[in-house]
Write a protein that binds this ligand. Structure first.
Ligand code: ZN
Length: 151
């Protein structure tokens, strides 16, 4: 990876860290919250998902943690909103591949991934992969809870 690209990636991460999108939970029974912690780093994140039918209407996040964790929650909230459950979970799986240094899934492109592609750099720091993925894991659990509540 070129150093210019690494700089760009770092700028995107710091922008989401300093100006998080969709931060703050909303007290509304329509939201499903999932709280996860990463004790090795101190990351502590709550993801809150609202869906109507099969479509994700809103994703909120709250918590404290390192720049990678907090920025990733912000990025995730932008990338996955307005997607169907199936689309969002597929993008999430692709994100897990990206942070391990793998390619985007064949049927997705960089537009689908949005700012999430910048976490490709995390693959060089395996200890930080958990920081990058914790918000996405919480999102997955929240979707599972929403689906379970409907059964
Ligand atoms: Zn962290």
């Amino acid at each position: 990876m070129s150093s210019n690209l690494q700089n760009l990636y770092r700028q995107v991460i710091m922008d989401h860290y300093k100006n998080p999108r969709n931060k703050g939970l909303i007290a509304d029974a329509g939201y499903q919250d999932v709280h996860l912690k990463n004790p090795t780093c101190g990351d502590d994140v709550t993801i809150s998902v609202k869906a109507s039918g099969d479509v994700i209407d809103d994703i909120r996040h709250e918590g404290v943690g390192c720049a990678i964790c907090c920025s990733s929650a912000s990025v995730m909230s932008e990338v996955l909103v307005d997607k169907t459950f199936a689309e969002a979970l597929h993008i999430t799986d692709s994100f897990y591949e990206i942070v391990k240094g793998e390619d985007i899934a064949d049927d997705l492109d960089e537009d689908d991934m949005g700012d999430a592609i910048v976490y490709a750099g995390v693959s060089q720091f395996p200890a930080r992969i958990k920081c990058a993925t914790i918000a996405w894991k919480a999102f997955e659990e929240a979707v599972a809870e929403v689906r379970k509540a409907r059964d």
